[in-house]
Design a binder for this molecule. Structure first.
Ligand code: ZN
Length: 165
């Protein structure tokens, strides 16, 4: 059903990471140009990604009712189940640093840049979850890698969202 997924979302090669090379000291040289980096960066804020669409489809198939990307809530959750006061984020494993996940690897080059970027993302995610909880919302996360197991997704969603929305 999602043949071609890997190709379509292989943003690393699109972003130029495949062109990493090494200078005389053996340090990895980051060949990302500004446009490429900003294209890569923009993915974190991108909406309607393939993993999101997979989750929406699964939620819909379960008969769950939800709203999308409510900007009035902290972090603009990807799916919102208003009656249950549940907010659901579909997180990319790389950008949001899914712990222990093979998709959340560390780029070899430009290490400081990436570490700072990742630290900001993780801090923002934690802040958003706290703000949502303080506002009376349950916040849940479905990881990108979980959306690659379509058979598991419905039970995962049911477990996270609970009763019928
Ligand atoms: Zn993952």
């Amino acid at each position: 059903m999602f043949a071609g997924y890997e190709e379509k979302f292989d943003w690393q090669s699109h972003a130029g990471f495949a062109n990493d090379s090494y200078d005389k000291s053996g340090m990895a040289v980051d060949r990302l140009n500004v446009a490429q980096r900003s294209a890569a960066m923009s993915k974190i804020a991108r909406k309607n990604t393939r993993p999101e669409l997979v989750v929406r489809r699964a939620a819909h198939a379960l008969g769950l009712r939800f709203r999308l990307h409510r900007r009035d809530l902290p972090g603009t959750p990807d799916l919102v189940f208003p009656r249950l006061r549940k907010a659901l984020f579909v997180h990319g494993c790389f950008w949001h640093r899914h712990e222990g996940c093979r998709l959340a690897y560390n780029p070899r080059s430009n290490r400081e840049f990436w570490e700072a970027k990742f630290a900001r993302n993780v801090a923002r995610d934690a802040r958003v979850l706290t703000e949502l909880r303080e506002a009376g919302w349950d916040a849940e996360v479905i990881w990108e890698c979980e959306t690659r197991q379509p058979d598991m997704l419905p039970s995962k969603l049911k477990a996270l969202i609970g009763g019928r929305a």
